[in-house]
Design a protein around this ligand. Structure first.
Ligand code: SF4
Ligand code: SF4
Length: 67
């Protein structure tokens, strides 16, 4: 199983400077917006560690930890 961590300091989603390319790029639909639209949710059970989200993030805000 893989887990991904989105670092809040670098992620520009909340400031409106990113349209969540990471969620669009995920082939497993593992990244989604919260119901309030205020934060991103990562479902580590769906994540397969493909690194697509990491590659498209313009801020380098995603770290993928294999475990
Ligand atoms: S692509 Fe990067 S900056 Fe944009 S929402 Fe995802 S983690 Fe945040
Ligand atoms: S590593 Fe791949 S499967 Fe996991 S959240 Fe990122 S894009 Fe989705």
């Amino acid at each position: 199983m893989s887990h991904i961590i989105i670092t809040t300091e670098e992620c520009t989603w909340l400031s409106g400077n990113c349209s969540a390319e990471c969620a669009d790029a995920c082939p497993m639909d593992a990244i989604s917006l919260s119901a309030s639209g205020n934060f991103l949710i990562v479902n580590s059970d769906k994540c397969v560690g493909c690194e697509a989200c990491e590659e498209v993030c313009p801020e380098g805000a995603i770290l993928i930890l294999e475990c």
